[in-house]
Design a protein around this ligand. Structure first.
Ligand code: FAD
Ligand code: NAI
Length: 475
C-alpha cells in the first residue's frame, strides 16, 4: 500500500530541501527523497551544494586563504611566523566535518518540520487518479503517492569528450575538493567559476596552476572593468590562464596528465601536470528519475522544460534548480523551491532573475547583480557609471586589502540602479546592498544618501553611487 502525501520532493539539494520545508510550513504532508550517501552509508542531504559544491569549496578557500595570509600578508602587521606548514589531511577532515554538520542540520530540519525523508532513488511509476506514484529504490524500498511532485534532481559535471574522470588523475569538482596533497603542477580546463575557485585553492597551497580556457577572454559574463581587474590580479598571484585555446588530446599516464592544446596564436603546445581538473560547465541530471515513463518533457540540452512558474508539461509536477533553465546557483534553486511550495498553496510568489546575485569566491572576491556595462550598451540603454577603488577606503586600508573597486550603473534619465559590480574584499557580503536596492527599485542617489557606518567597506558602495553623479567625497 503506497504511503500518501500531499507533496513529494525528489532531490534534497537547496532547491528540494528548502522547497520541502516551505511546503511543510504551509501545512502540507511532505516526503523528500534523496539518494546521496556519506562515506559510511548514512544519508547526505544537501545536494551538490552541501556535499561537493558551495560549502566544501568555501571551506577549502578559507583554509587556503588563511595559509596564504600567513605567508604573504602577516609580516606587514608585524606578525612574524618562522615557517607555516599546511596539513592537507587535516584541512580535508575539517571540510568533511563541516559537510557532515550540514547534512545533519538538514536531517534535523526535516524532523522539526515533520517531513518524511526517504534515502534512495526516487522515480516516477505512473498515476492513480490525480495522484502521482513515485517509487523509492534503496535499502528501504517504498512506494509513495501525492498530488504534487517537485523535481529537484540538480546537475552533474559536463564531461570533456574522450576524457574519463577517475578522480585520481583527472578530476571533476568532487575530486578537486579532495586532492590528498597539494600537487606540484595542476592543470584546469575551463576558466569558469569552478576553475578559478579550485585553481586558487591549490595555487595557495603551492601548486603551479595552468588554466586553459576556450573563450577569447576571461569571465565574459562579468562587467569588463571588473574582468580586466580580475585578470590583472590573478596573473599577479601566479595563476597562468591561457584564453582562446583549443583542447586537443588529453593523455593520461601513470604519473602525469599531458594536456595538448593549440594556443590563441595557433601554436601547438603540450603541458604535463600531476592532476587535471575538468570544469567546463554542468548539465542537468535526470537519470533514474523515470521521467520518460510518465512523459516528462525535456529540452534538447536535457533540462526539464518549465514555464516561468516552474510548471512542467505534466499537471502538478514542478521542477526547480539546476535541472531547469536559468543560472545554476544554490540561492536560485532554493528561491524556486520555496516559490513552488507557495504556488501549490495558492499564493503568488515571484522569483526575479534580474536581481539574482552572482559571487565568485576568489581573492579578491567578485560579485555582481543586474546588468553589466557591455549588456547595457548592447541593449541601447543610456546610463551613467560611477566607480570607487578600495585604495581610497579607510577600512580596506586598515584591513590591508585595498585591491579592487565598486562600480554602480544607473539609468541616465531615471537614475534607477541597473547593475552593481564589485571586485574586492568581502564583495560577497557587499553585493546584498545592491540586491536590496534593485529589488526596491532604488536610484543611485538613494544609496548615496543613506548613512553608511564608518569605517566600513560598504562606504565604497556609497562612494561609487556618489560617483554616478560625479560627486565622490573621498577621491
Ligand atoms: P543539487 O544540489 O544538485 O541536488 C540534487 C540532489 O538530488 C542531489 O543530492 C542528488 O543526489 C539528488 N538526486 C538526483 N536524482 C535523484 C533521484 N532520482 N532520486 C533521489 N535523489 C536524486 N552555487 C552557489 O550559489 N554558490 C556557490 O558558492 C557555489 N559553489 C559551487 C561549487 C562547486 C564546486 C559546484 C560544483 C557548484 C557550486 N554551486 C554554487 C552551484 C550549486 O551547488 C548548485 O546550483 C545547487 O546545488 C543546485 O541545487 P539543486 O537543488 O538544484 O540540485
Ligand atoms: P562555468 O560555466 O562557470 O565555466 C566553464 C568554463 O569552461 C567557461 O569559461 C567555458 O568557456 C569553458 N569551456 C567550456 N568548454 C571548454 C573546452 N572544451 N575547453 C576549454 N574551455 C572550455 O562552469 P563551471 O566552472 O564548471 O561551474 C559550473 C557551474 O556551477 C557554474 O556555472 C555555476 O553556475 C556553478 N558554480 C557556482 C559557484 C559560485 O556561485 N561561486 C562556484 C562554482 C560553481
Amino acid at each position: 500500500m503506497a504511503e500518501q502525501f500531499d507533496v513529494i520532493v525528489i532531490g534534497a539539494g537547496p532547491g528540494g530541501y528548502e522547497g520541502a520545508i516551505r511546503a511543510a510550513q504551509l501545512g502540507f504532508k511532505v516526503a523528500c527523497i534523496d539518494d546521496a550517501s556519506r562515506p559510511d552509508g548514512k544519508p547526505a542531504p544537501g545536494g551538490t551544494c552541501t556535499n561537493v559544491g558551495c560549502i566544501p569549496s568555501k571551506a577549502l578557500l578559507q583554509s587556503s586563504e588563511n595559509f596564504e595570509q600567513i605567508g604573504h600578508a602577516f609580516a606587514e602587521h608585524g606578525i612574524g611566523v618562522e615557517r607555516a606548514t599546511m596539513d592537507v589531511g587535516r584541512m580535508l577532515a575539517r571540510k568533511a566535518k563541516i559537510v557532515a554538520q550540514s547534512n545533519d542540520g538538514i536531517l534535523y530540519l526535516f524532523k522539526k518540520n515533520k517531513i518524511t525523508f526517504f534515502h534512495g532513488v526516487g522515480s516516477f511509476v505512473g498515476k492513480t487518479g490525480d495522484a502521482w506514484r513515485v517509487a523509492v529504490a534503496g535499502k528501504n524500498p517504498a512506494e509513495l503517492q501525492a498530488t504534487h511532485v517537485i523535481v529537484a534532481t540538480g546537475s552533474k559535471p559536463r564531461p570533456l569528450p574522450n576524457v574519463a574522470i577517475d578522480n585520481v588523475r583527472v578530476l571533476d569538482n568532487e575530486g578537486a575538493l579532495a586532492i590528498p596533497a597539494a600537487p606540484k603542477r595542476l592543470g584546469v580546463v575551463g576558466a569558469g567559476v569552478i576553475g578559478l575557485e579550485m585553481g586558487s585553492v591549490w595555487r595557495r597551497l603551492g601548486a603551479e596552476v595552468t588554466i586553459l580556457e576556450a573563450l577569447p577572454s576571461l569571465l565574459p559574463a562579468v562587467d569588463t572593468t571588473i574582468a580586466r581587474e580580475a585578470q590583472k590580479l590573478f596573473a599577479r598571484q601566479g595563476l597562468a590562464i591561457h584564453t582562446g585555446v583549443t583542447i586537443g588530446a588529453i593523455d593520461v599516464g601513470a604519473d602525469a596528465v599531458t594536456m595538448n592544446y593549440t594556443d590563441a596564436a595557433g601554436q601547438a603546445i603540450a603541458v604535463s601536470v600531476d592532476q587535471l581538473v575538468v570544469a567546463i560547465g554542468r548539465v542537468p541530471f535526470t537519470a533514474g528519475l523515470g521521467g520518460d515513463t510518465v512523459g516528462l518533457a525535456r529540452d534538447e540540452r536535457g533540462f526539464i522544460t518549465v514555464d516561468g512558474a516552474c510548471r512542467t508539461n505534466l499537471p502538478n509536477v514542478w521542477a526547480v534548480g539546476d535541472v531547469v533553465r536559468g543560472p545554476m546557483l544554490a540561492h536560485k534553486a532554493s528561491e524556486e523551491g520555496v516559490a513552488v511550495a507557495e504556488r501549490i498553496a495558492g499564493q503568488a510568489p515571484h522569483v526575479d532573475f534580474n536581481t539574482i546575485p552572482w559571487v565568485i569566491y576568489t581573492s579578491p572576491e567578485i560579485a555582481w547583480v543586474g546588468r553589466t556595462e557591455q549588456q547595457l550598451k548592447a541593449d541601447g540603454v543610456d546610463f551613467r557609471a560611477g566607480q570607487f577603488p578600495f585604495t581610497a577606503n579607510g577600512r580596506a586600508r586598515a584591513m590591508g586589502d585595498t585591491r579592487g573597486l565598486v562600480k554602480v550603473l544607473a539609468d541616465r534619465a531615471t537614475d534607477a540602479i541597473l547593475g552593481v559590480h564589485v571586485i574586492g574584499p568581502l564583495a560577497s557580503e557587499l553585493i546584498s546592498e545592491g540586491v536590496v536596492a534593485m529589488e526596491f527599485g532604488a536610484a543611485s542617489e538613494d544609496i548615496a544618501r543613506i548613512t553608511h557606518a564608518h569605517p566600513t567597506l560598504s562606504e565604497a558602495v556609497r562612494e561609487a553611487a556618489l560617483a554616478v553623479d560625479g560627486r565622490t567625497l573621498n577621491l
